[in-house]
Design a protein. Structure first.
Lengths: 316, 370
């Protein structure tokens, strides 16, 4: 029996242990129908474990997870035909072409009327239909993975780190596809450690760290409530600038590329800093003032950078 | 179980195999190469003629007649050695394994014997290299030829005679006993390595994890693998039989037992492969583990040599190996046309296949916690 619910996913006090390792620690959240939900966190935070429990691949140690109104531990066979999954590090059969791969998965889902051409168009693979999987680039492989996740026209789509390992161009190509899904009104559960991905695509974001959800809300809400300041970046070649700003009572951070980042409360603080630099006759080459992003929210909440390659110039 | 899903999986596997030309070539070529190599060896053994060096120190008509008798026997190709050289040195220098030396005075002793001097005799010497593996066989054949000559000279017919009667209605050559063994071995290798390689690769690449989020069940997956391995095994068997027939004119009895034994061979070794996959982490360890199982099985279960040639304890061990029952079962059906024997061998391998296959199914990881 399934029941209609306003939530596509309901996670209630989910805990998952692997022996002594506590991977997911008593987390709860809901994902609304048609919502794009981003599960944001660094590697090893518990994202994939959580998503695999929801996808019915793993069994929870405790807690209750409901997907489309069905208990994931009891209704696997009813749930599976209604979801689409792009697993982390997706891979497929090397010598099978793009079209054949989509056909194969379509037959597994017993879909008689899958619009294979439409799917290939959606993920922009129409000119690669006869290409074997092994010959595709990383971005094309991920796009094929997304097409496969959609062969059964699922109600909920799970995308586990869909852009990890891709170059910036390939990542943007995948984002285009995901924005297409959003337009189609699909419920999307996205795990990522790219904050810009979450900000761009997600209606709701949950930040997970060390198995715990430490913040949840829309990207705007999270930034507003956790990072209510402005970030001034000065591209400077003059070492005096750092000292000037520091003496004004701010806490500038200097990176290797001679960029200074300063956290300020108001726009008038920006004006004060610029005036002081001008008055001292110091030189800077450019400036940027922006609202903080989820990276800074994560940093503020955990004291750690979200990604190993994150810029570490932001003032704590 | 869903036939549509099974056929979808089968098509993908067959396509992948067909497009991997190198793997396809070696899968079918390896057993055929074995048949060609061993077939050539066995066929030439049926008409084997040993190289024999003879040093005639007597240099008479009678000694020349004796050498001719050896040659006419058909088992030897004679090389005459100069009487002036030392036979031992000749063996060393020319790297031959045996020189038969007819002593001086051969003709004289022969004449005396003809004149009923029963004390007259002659000693033929074999100068031989004991490190040679074929020299014993050569000396045994020579002894039997000389015994024949002695018996003939006695002027009396032999008391004990022998006659050979085969239990088979047709006359078979060794190659005909060999081919069923190669079929059994090839199907084992195909099923074992095919399962282990494919499963570890798909597990490592995360494809199994992806499949576990689709409606394909573990049963569908395993049945499609069995079907795939069975199809390859049948194609490989047909290729082997065709080559055996075309090159060596090997003609074996073929009935439903052939398919039964191929199927049981596939089930048994796909099962073993599935169990192995559970315990090995990567493709390299998987191949090593599969080799560790298949190599002893190949050599100890009577594929290449009759197990009667092995020491007693190895013969007992051989009879615990599943491949032995496939070998013997195929020979029972294809060579001896003995249905009862085929039935009993199929029962043993059938029980083994069922147990191993069930264990393999249990061992196959499909979802976490299994």
């Amino acid at each position: 029996m399934t029941k209609e619910t306003e939530y596509a996913i309901e996670v209630d006090r989910l805990t998952k242990r692997y022996g002594d390792l506590l991977a997911v620690n008593d987390i709860s959240f809901t994902v609304g129908q048609g919502e794009v939900f981003a599960f944001l966190g660094p590697n090893g935070a518990g994202k994939t474990t959580t998503v695999e429990v929801i996808e019915t691949i793993r069994t929870p140690t405790s807690g209750k997870v409901t997907l489309l109104g069905m208990d994931v531990t009891k209704k696997k066979h009813d749930i599976v035909p209604r979801i689409g999954v792009l697993p982390q590090g997706f891979s497929s059969f090397d010598r099978i072409t793009v079209r054949e791969t989509i056909q194969y998965y379509s037959r597994l889902f017993r879909c008689m009327n899958t619009d294979i051409d439409g799917l290939m168009e959606l993920v922009n693979l129409k000119d690669k239909t006869k290409e074997q999987y092994k010959n595709l680039s990383g971005g094309l492989k991920q796009r094929l993975g997304i097409a496969i996740a959609l062969v059964n026209d699922p109600e909920v789509v799970f995308l586990d780190e869909p852009t990890t390992g891709l170059d910036p161009r390939a990542r943007r190509e995948v984002w285009e596809v995901l924005l297409g899904l959003k337009k189609k009104g699909k419920t999307v559960f996205l795990t990522t450690h790219y904050m810009e991905e979450a900000e761009l695509l997600a209606d709701m974001v949950a930040i997970i760290w060390k198995g715990k959800i430490i913040a949840m809300g829309s990207p705007g809400e999270l930034i507003e409530s956790n990072a209510n300041y402005l970030l001034l970046t000065l591209q400077s070649v003059d070492e005096k600038v750092f000292e000037i700003v520091r003496k004004m009572g701010f806490e500038p951070v200097l990176d290797n590329h001679k960029k200074i980042a300063v956290r300020v409360e108001h726009t008038c603080d920006v004006r004060k800093i610029l005036n002081a630099i001008n008055d001292a006759g110091a030189v800077y080459l450019g400036l940027d003032v922006r609202k903080p992003n989820l990276e800074e929210v994560f940093l503020k909440l955990t004291g750690e950078a979200l990604r190993e390659d994150s810029p570490e110039m932001v003032a704590k | 179980m869903n036939p549509r899903i099974i056929s979808a999986n089968l098509v993908v596997k067959l396509r992948s195999f067909y497009r991997e030309k190198t793997a396809m070539f070696f899968t079918f070529a390896f057993p055929i190469i074995l048949i060609l190599v061993f077939g050539t060896i066995f066929m030439s053994q049926d008409n084997v003629a040993y190289h024999l060096c003879v040093q005639d120190l007597d240099q008479t008509n009678s000694s020349a007649e004796a050498v001719k008798t050896l040659e006419l026997n058909g088992k030897f190709k004679i090389t005459k050695v100069d009487p002036a050289v030392k036979a031992k040195q000749y063996v060393r220098d020319k790297r031959v394994n045996l020189v038969l030396v007819i002593p001086k005075g051969y003709e004289m002793s022969l004449m005396q014997r003809m004149l009923n001097d029963l004390n007259a005799s002659v000693t033929i010497t074999y100068i031989y290299d004991p490190s040679s593996s074929s020299v014993d066989t050569k000396m045994e054949i020579l002894n039997s030829v000389l015994a024949g000559i002695n018996q003939k000279m006695s002027g009396k017919p032999p008391f004990i005679r022998s006659v050979q009667r085969s239990i088979l209605t047709k006359t078979y050559r060794f190659i005909e006993f060999f081919v069923p063994g190669i079929i059994a071995m090839a199907v084992m290798t195909l099923s074992l390595f095919g399962t282990v390689d494919s499963n570890t690769e798909l597990q490592q690449k995360g494809i199994i994890r992806k499949l576990s989020t689709t409606p394909i069940t573990r049963t569908d997956w395993i049945l499609s693998n069995i079907l795939y391995q069975f199809i390859l095994a049948v194609i490989s068997t047909l290729a082997m039989l065709l080559v055996s027939y075309a090159v060596f004119n090997v003609s074996l009895h073929m009935d439903a037992w052939l398919l039964v034994f191929i199927l049981l061979d596939v089930f048994a070794f796909v099962g073993v492969g599935m169990i192995l996959t559970r315990f090995v982490k990567d493709a390299q360890s998987a191949a090593a583990a599969a080799n560790a199982i298949s190599f002893p099985m190949m050599f100890l279960s009577g594929t290449f040599f009759p197990i009667e040639l092995m020491p007693g304890f190895l013969q007992k061990f051989a009879k615990t190996l599943p491949l032995y029952y496939v070998n013997e079962g195929l020979r029972a059906s294809m060579v001896f046309e003995d249905n009862m024997a085929a039935l009993s061998y199929s029962a043993v391998i059938g029980v083994f296949a069922a147990v191993v296959f069930i264990l393999g199914v249990i061992a196959t990881k499909w979802e976490e916690g299994e």
